[in-house]
Design a protein around this ligand. Sequence first.
Ligand code: ASP
Length: 439
Amino acid sequence: MIKVVKFGGSSLSCGENFLKVKDIVQADPARCIVVVSAPGKRRSDDNKVTDLLYTCHAHIRYKVPYDDIWENIASRYREIASTCGLRQDIHAELSAVRESMTRQSTVDYIVSRGEFLNAKLMAECLGYEFVDATRWLFFDFNGRVDYEKSYATLAQILESSPRVVLPGFYGALPDGNVHVFSRGGSDVTGALAAAAVNAESYENWTDVSGILMADPRIVENPRPIERITFSELRELSYMGAEVLHEETVFPVRQKNIPLYIKNTNDPAAKGTLIMEDFPDENDEEGKRFITGITGKKHYTIITLSKNRMTDDISFVRRVLQLTEKYHLTVEHIPSSVDSFSLVIASSSLEHCLHSLISDIRQECTPDSIKVCDGVSLIAVVGRRMAANAGVSGKIFETIGRMGINIRMIEQGSDEINIIIGVMDSDFARTIRTLYSSFT
Ligand code: ASP
């Protein structure tokens, strides 16, 4: 069976990290397909090569010299090649790339060179074959992946080249030109490669030991999540947890391929396993009902009241037509008999709140409209909440004991999430309280 392994920029930022990656790949002969990002930051004040390439593109476009930036990029690859003792002529490779950048200066082509060069170096480092992404990952002219063609082509390439390194992040348009995913897109390349070969697993290697149960900037040393379902991951990601590129999940979920998040700096750590479900879980983690806690600040709650609102059956529709007119995403609509609220990200209301309110006043004639901003939404996510009576009682009791006022409550119908609205000033305290009480 084949495992697809993808290494992110922080795992490939320098020669020393390349050697760690080499050890990881060689530790398991099933790791036949390796997908790489461009070199990331070595320190917090460092640059990602992709960012530097975007800057090069801007310079080329405005015909401004960019020798210093290019030298910064080139030195990264030279260091990797020399630390790993590689024999390929990296200088010639770099000159060819630089020359091609001036000739073919689309932004997508230029920024894709970070992955291209890293994959060339990694291929030699591992003794694997380099397969350019434009040979197998195809987009249509709208930038949508052509799954069928891409999967079939990669499967065919592997018949003659069973061990390959693939650059992440880009592929080819029907006219052969390079097209990139949005930032972080190498995650998607890895998922597509895994789906193409029906891989045994897709391992996404990064610099943390899995997805954390809470944001480490809020909770000290949060534990990694050992297992999480795709639906739980979607809830956590939507509410602020930064984990994988959004489009990563679809290809592997469709083929039911287990997805692991692993740490290049600590390969022995378990990491996080993401799957559709875990039918027979009875381990320690299985006893905890919360998988993860996350949240976002700065929401506005607009509450509309109207006497005998239930008799006016088009009231809610008319209000929602107005939010649609202003292209607003309504996150939640909590309601009572004669009132309901719209929970909307404050940033999206910045330029239209007053017009929206005056439209609602004129067209829907509510008795009153109240606007409350500075609200945070906290998502408590856990697949085991569904089967556990009393879970929400425990959560609200704990928050209440801390003297935190809850502005809004919502539970998804599949019961894997509970959303709690509190004031922004209570945001961190609520997350810490929930984490320390229930995980
Ligand atoms: N190098 C690209 C970026 O920085 C793609 C990736 O790393 O996944 O966004």
